[in-house]
Design a protein around this ligand. Structure first.
Ligand code: UDP
Ligand code: MN
Length: 447
């Protein structure tokens, strides 16, 4: 009898889980459809939507978060509006198609369209017109592109690699390093090796023997790199025209400059490549990342919308850093688990320890806004653990601001942070008060 009851309960919760996921996807798509009719106001911040659902779950009480909307605060508005989408779904698209649903569960994106798009496509040039006039020196530092992946959709990964191969001058591309973080899908093994053969000489593939999580997987990639600059990319990106030169040029001028492209949105449902407005990376007292729109007056200077933007934080997935500086600055916190929080840690460390973090609007890289449906509890646990490490190493007395919002995390374990505290001392880093005063005064008064 007990067995029967247990079986019934298991069966019930499985069915419930499946239906919850179906409705999540269904309502999300209706919701997005409605939301796109609402114009984005200047003061609306928007949280990095990839972690949106997860963050809502992990950090209760967070305010309503609108999804990124394709509008622009810059003068390039009209130019962007004119561009035709590469792909548009028919209105009668069936969201409850089992193959589509299965693809979302497995990959967090529309795998039917991804397969149809295949290994490469052209994406619209989303740069401001003024970027076209920019000249970069022929001799630039070389770059190692590091792409870690775990259970990625095959074509999305291939598009990431082939867009880099097609749109990067080969004399500045030292190599692409792929790190397979213990993926379970068959097509990411021999089939992938076979398809990467055409890029032989420029590609290294490393396969982790156990799943390390994004943070340690990136460190594995970095340890095999020999270029002057490390460029980290997610495994579902497509780079745009002249994407790398502006990043390398900025680092060449100042090796302590850490730079990010402006991240365009590749819609998880339609895989449409959409331009993003000029933004800076910010966060709230929950340590949730969000984008802040740039006011148009900030783009009125001689460089206009091509001006590099000082950014209090980076979203994490895509950035470039001088390789020696990456090590000098203490790489990543190896004590962090799985996913999340590392972007806040490295952002604070860059600013507080003598570097700078900038977004370069003339460099554009598209990134799929993925749905994280599976493993949410595991990831939420890692995010809380990692965030606590950030709080205890970097926030000084301001950690109280975090715990005011998250009293439930006050007594949670965060591992041993002595090495990171030591690093902060060794690098002679400034206080969090300095960071608030100099880099991100808007945070202090935030709710
Ligand atoms: N990733 C990994 N190991 C993990 C989790 C993620 O290598 O345990 C990879 C993942 O395939 C992706 C990158 O790390 O290329 C960032 O993950 P994701 O895109 O899920 O993060 P997000 O963009 O949502 O911040
Ligand atoms: Mn991603």
């Amino acid at each position: 009898m007990r067995n029967v009851i247990i079986k019934c309960l298991l069966c019930g919760s499985f069915t419930f889980g499946i239906w919850t996921a179906v409705f999540t996807i269904y309502f999300r798509n209706n919701h997005v459809g409605n939301q796109e009719k609402i114009p984005l106001k200047k003061e609306d911040p928007f949280i990095w939507s990839l972690g949106e659902k997860l963050q809502e779950q992990t950090f209760q009480g967070s305010e309503q978060i609108p999804r990124p909307h394709v509008s622009t605060g810059s003068s390039s508005k009209d130019e962007i509006k004119e561009q035709k989408p590469i792909l548009k779904l028919r209105d009668d698209f069936n969201y409850l198609d089992p193959e589509l649903f299965h693809g979302f569960l497995k990959y967090g994106l529309n795998s039917i369209i991804s397969k149809r798009l295949g290994s490469y496509r052209d994406v619209p040039d989303t740069r401001d017109k003024l970027c076209h006039r920019k000249q970069y020196p022929v001799t630039l530092p070389t770059a190692s592109i590091i792409i870690c992946f775990h259970n990625e959709e095959f074509n999305a990964l291939m598009r990431t690699v082939s867009s880099v191969m097609s749109l990067t001058p080969h004399h500045i591309l030292e190599e692409i390093i792929l790190v397979d973080d213990m993926s379970e899908y068959d097509d990411l093994k021999e089939k992938l090796d076979y398809h990467l053969e055409i890029f032989r000489g420029k590609i290294k593939i490393i396969r982790n023997k156990k799943r390390e999580g994004l943070i340690r997987a990136r460190l594995v990639g970095a340890s095999h790199a020999s270029g002057d600059v490390l460029v980290f990319l997610d495994s579902h990106c497509e780079v745009n025209k002249v994407w790398l030169e502006p990043l390398l040029h900025a680092i060449d001028k100042d090796p302590k400059m850490v730079v990010c492209p402006l991240i365009d949105v590749i819609d998880d449902m339609t895989l449409e490549y959409k331009p993003s407005p000029v933004v800076r990376g910010a966060f709230n007292w929950h340590l949730q990342f969000k984008w802040d729109l740039i006011f148009s007056y900030e783009l009125n200077g001689p460089e206009g919308p091509t001006r590099p933007i000082r950014s209090p934080a980076m979203v994490g997935g895509i950035f470039a850093i001088n390789r020696h500086y990456f090590y000098e600055l203490g790489q990543y916190d190896k004590g962090m688990n799985l996913w999340g929080g590392e972007n806040m840690e490295i952002s604070l460390r860059i600013w507080m320890c003598g570097g700078q973090l900038l977004i370069i609007p003339c460099s554009r890289v598209g990134h799929v806004v993925k749905q994280h449906i599976t493993n949410q509890t595991e990831v939420a646990k890692a995010l809380a653990f990692n965030s606590l490490r950030v709080v205890h190493v970097w926030l000084d007395d301001y950690k109280e601001q975090f715990f005011l919002r998250r009293p439930d995390l006050k007594s949670l374990d965060y591992g041993n942070i002595s090495e990171r505290v030591e690093l902060r001392k060794r690098l002679g880093c400034k206080s969090f008060q300095w960071y608030l005063d100099t880099v991100f005064p808007e945070l202090e008064t935030a709710e």
